[in-house]
Design a protein around this ligand. Structure first.
Ligand code: SF4
Ligand code: SF4
Length: 139
């Protein structure tokens, strides 16, 4: 899907990281169109929620709820939504290493009909530098 077609951006955060993080940096990066969000236009809706906790199974019900609202309250289609798996889920970072359940979560997201899945959200400069120096793992 071309980025221009995206009408809704959903960031799925690691539930464990979210206990210590308000999600501010991700939201800020989205609205400031930083790095991975650079391609998106100005009129895109945005929401973030967590995976629901290990093993990520809870994302199924959350996406089901989101899909119902998307259908009843908007005219936006699932293929016009982009799902970002937050950096705290997909990278080695300050909190911990990449989530061991990423593939499982991706399968659920795909089964729920969302095909536009992107790995990453806000990128911490410090964590990026540590990945470049191999202090943190890279994927
Ligand atoms: S990537 Fe960072 S800012 Fe975004 S939700 Fe995860 S811990 Fe919070
Ligand atoms: S399933 Fe992964 S992303 Fe979700 S809480 Fe557990 S470690 Fe974090």
């Amino acid at each position: 899907m071309k980025p221009v077609d995206t009408k809704y951006v959903i960031i799925i955060q690691c539930d464990i990281a979210h206990r210590r993080c308000s999600g501010f940096a991700c939201t800020n990066a989205f609205y400031d169109k930083e790095e991975i969000f650079e391609k998106y236009g100005d009129d895109i809706r945005y929401i973030s929620f967590t995976c629901g906790g290990c093993c990520g199974k809870g994302i199924s019900a959350k996406l089901e709820h989101f899909s119902k609202k998307l259908r009843s309250k908007t005219n936006i289609k699932k293929d016009e939504a982009a799902i970002h798996l937050a950096s705290c889920m997909v990278t080695d970072n300050h909190h911990y290493d990449r989530c061991p359940h990423v593939d499982y979560i991706k399968d659920i997201v795909s089964k729920k009909g969302y095909k536009n899945v992107v790995e990453g959200s806000y990128i911490s400069k410090n964590a990026k530098s540590k990945r470049e120096k191999s202090i943190y793992n890279s994927y």
